[in-house]
Design a protein around this ligand. Sequence first.
Ligand code: FES
Length: 511
Amino acid sequence: MNSNHTWPNAPEPLWKVENSLEAHPPLREDMSTDVVIVGGGITGITAGYLLANEGKKVIIIESDRLLNGTTGHTSAKITAQHDLIYDEFLNHFGQEKAKLYYEANNDALQFIKQTVDTLSISCSYSEEDAYLYASTEEYARKLSNEMRAYQKLGIQGEFMNSIPIDVSVKAAISMKNQGQFDPIAYLAPLIQNFKEKGGQVFEQTVAIDVEKGSNPVIITKTGAKITCETIIASTHFPFYDGNALYFSRMYAERSYVLAAKTKKAYPGGMYLSAENPKRSLRSHTLGGEKLVLFGGESHKTGQGHRMSDHYQALKFFGEETFGLTEVLYRWSAQDLFTLDKLPYIGPVTKSEPNILIATGFHKWGMTNGTAAALLFRDYILEKTNPYLDLFTPSRFYADPSIKTFLVQNADVAGQFVKGKLSFPTKQVSDLNIDEAAVVRVNGKKAGAYKDKHGKLHVVDTTCTHLHCEVAWNDDDRTWDCPCHGSRFNIDGQVVEGPAEKPLIDLTGELE
Ligand code: FES
């Protein structure tokens, strides 16, 4: 491997470097509206755009800045080819549901394409063929089954024995005319259009609870409330789950992306390995120069190796396939997985038809998130939507949910015990600059981080969700929970749920 590359110091998605978004004020007073959307990613912004264009009064609130979550950290492939999924869906849910899943995602792809045209959006949208490839006989057989599923479901796909990039392949399936884009450049004009149609955006506004009823009320951290007819929670993990225990039905994974200049020319197309560890490729042109995005290395949140190992593995893959001249950007993203692999889109519970959630898009949030927004528009306007039953969060399909539920919750129990049995090996005085460790403070296990100025930030490592022990993420400098994926910053503030409360700050106990 060439060691002369510049290695970006801090994780930063390419999309954020290319785009700057206008800031919005926090919510300071009580308001009322038709629809409140909590969460400013692709689902929330697209739903806001659609509903405002139908004459609805809509407010979007976001706990951080718009597009700072998974949407801003995706690799932004827009495709209905979602890994090996259709054979599995055909077997578990039958032909009708498997086909509907494809159609929902294909409709979303077509909607994005059409919106780019209608609003003349300059977001590097390009039509690309998607390839799913297998490098082993075992996965080549799985691809054969997947191809048979495509044929049964009427999905256009081509089975092949080689692909345009230089990786060893036993078999592959291509899906033609899919897409890729810069997600922030795509969504920025939608935000603009939303505001021109009367939509309002409040950032740094944290929703903490809901008062249920025919006119539900969102309560924010500062006490300001919004009364509305319908709430859409598009916060990745639902900030309000109506006691439906979504955390026990989902799990979180992190994955990584590098954007690099390469020696070999990129032939076009978007690629994904069927085997693990996953390898994902696409290109993006920046300042007239083509970069290749190498993605993969997924692991459950809080259960990975050192972050640098994951990036190194991708760098090695980049070297092998294209030869790297410079790695310009690196970043990671968090994705949520449901137990049956279908997203949860619709009313949070059967008894709360006016509180809608959208989550569990796996790694396919560009199309699933857009499909959710289209569904919410139809639902609120009381129009028929063909995908309402498919995605309903209150579904229960025994197969494969029960088995996966047991496996997931056994993993959570294992992580809980493992965390409690692990003992601190370092002391605060051992810490170097920009280093963290689990230490003991006044007999309690604590996570200590020494920042670049030598200041210590010490938190109780007990996750405030269900008390697992958080682990240090040395790339994003967060404390990540291995049980349900909550994440906290160095001072314990919640970055990602299901936890709602911050970690206890123990910095004062050091003195
Ligand atoms: Fe559930 Fe931490 S996220 S215990």
